[in-house]
Design a protein around this ligand. Structure first.
Ligand code: UD1
Length: 418
């Protein structure tokens, strides 16, 4: 199994390019199921979650081609099965995103229930209730969600909570439904907007994306389109936390600072000097960061996907910070590992109190989920001596060659195989 070896204490200097957003690319790839024409996507990151999605689409009979230049084309003209199997869904919960498109275009879908996950219970009840409101007949049979509908019918759907993939699934279902669908309490994440923009290029009639009320007029069919996936705001935010922790000055190219308001504000509060253009972010840091409180929230609030990385920065900050995780019930798996590096953190339910220490000391730590892995890398860059981060297959799900990009910035980091 691969691990990362990091020798901390080297400030970061240089320039890296941010990859396309994983969480935008996943639903966008699934949207290719909505038409028999070819959908061509550019800026698709090379990640394990993307390979899993392409494998899943391939198993459904979709032709997928990955080109050398970060582009992918998808043609779903001969879909041969309507079933997403457990073996793939269990490795990637986002596989549930094929449910809406398959049901909308083919009138039937069987998708394995994802089951539990490291960061919390994460049910998909809102996806199911929403599709039922659009007229689907849905049963849970032998661990599968089995959905049928001759043609979905538009309706007003109000989810109990804001759900990102739930909104995406329902939007993809509603574009081919008969009549008008209104999604209330919809997610406003940039990745939802990006999906809506692709769907509109495919001929869908969608208004209000980016607000909590999305209005969709169903159409009879969609056609092919070309689309560039937005830059990954979480990858960019993670590199900014890295320079915050290690010090130095970096330039991020192909970034989307307009999607990163809450993260940039917190990092400035922590003491980073940040300058942005339309597609770049320059950041520098000298001295110790200042402790910053944060409370995770749906977009445009502070992203739960940035909580672990900013916590890593807080471990070496001047002062004490209070962190409240409001989205997932078990998203503090990185805390015990950060403590192994010398951090002072107390957890009480959804709240973590971090008392900044002057220095962390390198140790062997274990990645437990995707963003937790990034937080351990960030802490390792700041720690004295040698840190090994094990189980980095979690990191590879969502970061494109993170160690390679960090090496471009001068970090002393390498991948080793044990
Ligand atoms: C997406 C992101 C993930 C991010 C999360 C929150 C993708 C592929 N993943 O995950 O990186 O951390 O948004 O920003 O885009 N919930 C239910 N029932 C449902 C759906 C959700 O109870 O049917 C709950 C969840 O357990 C969670 C909250 O709603 O507590 C928000 O989850 P949701 O927005 O759905 O997360 P994902 O879409 O799975």
């Amino acid at each position: 199994m691969d691990k990362l070896r990091i020798i901390g204490g080297t400030p970061l200097h240089g320039e890296v390019s941010i990859s396309g957003a994983k969480n935008a690319a996943l639903p966008i790839l699934c949207a290719g199921l909505l038409t028999a024409d070819t959908v061509t996507l550019t800026n698709v990151p090379k990640l394990n979650d993307i390979s899993t999605t392409l494998k899943l689409l391939g198993q459904l009979g979709v032709k997928t081609t990955r080109h050398s230049d970060d582009s992918v084309s998808i043609t779903a003209d001969e879909v041969s099965t309507l079933e997403a199997p457990y073996e793939l869904v269990k490795t990637m919960r986002a596989s549930i995103l094929v449910l809406g498109p398959l049901l909308a275009r083919f009138g039937e879908a069987r998708v394995s229930l994802p089951g539990g996950c490291a960061i919390g219970q994460r049910p998909v009840d809102q996806h199911i209730q929403g599709l039922a409101a659009l007229g689907a007949d849905i049963k849970i049979e032998h661990g599968f969600v089995v959905a049928r509908a001759k043609r979905l019918k538009g309706a007003v759907v109000r989810t109990d909570m804001v759900t990102v993939t739930g909104t995406e699934n329902l939007m993809m279902a509603a574009v081919l439904a008969e009549g008008q669908t209104i999604l209330e309490n919809a997610a406003r994440e940039p990745e939802v907007i990006d999906l809506a923009e692709l769907l509109i290029k495919m001929g869908a009639n969608i208004k209000g994306h980016g607000t909590d009320r999305i209005v969709i007029e169903g159409v009879d069919r969609l056609h092919g389109a070309q689309h560039r996936v937005i830059p990954d705001r979480i990858e960019a935010g993670s590199f900014l936390c890295a320079v915050g922790a290690a010090g130095g000055e970096i330039m991020l190219r192909n970034a989307a600072p307009e999607t990163m308001g809450a993260t940039l504000a917190k990092l400035q509060e922590a003491g980073l000097q940040i300058t942005c253009g339309s597609d770049w972010i320059q950041a520098s840091m000298s001295g110790r960061p200042k402790a910053v409180d944060m409370r995770t929230h749906e977009y445009p609030g502070f992203a739960t996907d940035m909580q672990a990385q900013l916590m890593a920065l807080n471990t070496i900050a001047e002062g004490t910070s209070v962190i409240v995780e409001t989205i997932f019930e078990n998203r503090y798996m990185h805390v015990q590992e950060l403590i192994r590096l010398g951090a002072h953190i107390d957890i009480d339910g959804h709240t973590a109190v971090v008392r900044g220490v002057k220095t962390l000391s390198g140790a062997t730590v274990m990645a437990t989920d995707l963003r937790a892995s990034a937080s351990l890398v960030i802490a390792g860059l700041a720690a004295e001596g040698e840190t090994f981060v094990e189980r980095i297959y979690h990191l590879d799900r969502g970061y494109e060659r993170m160690e390679h990009k960090l090496r471009l910035l001068g970090a002393n980091i390498e991948r080793t195989t044990s």
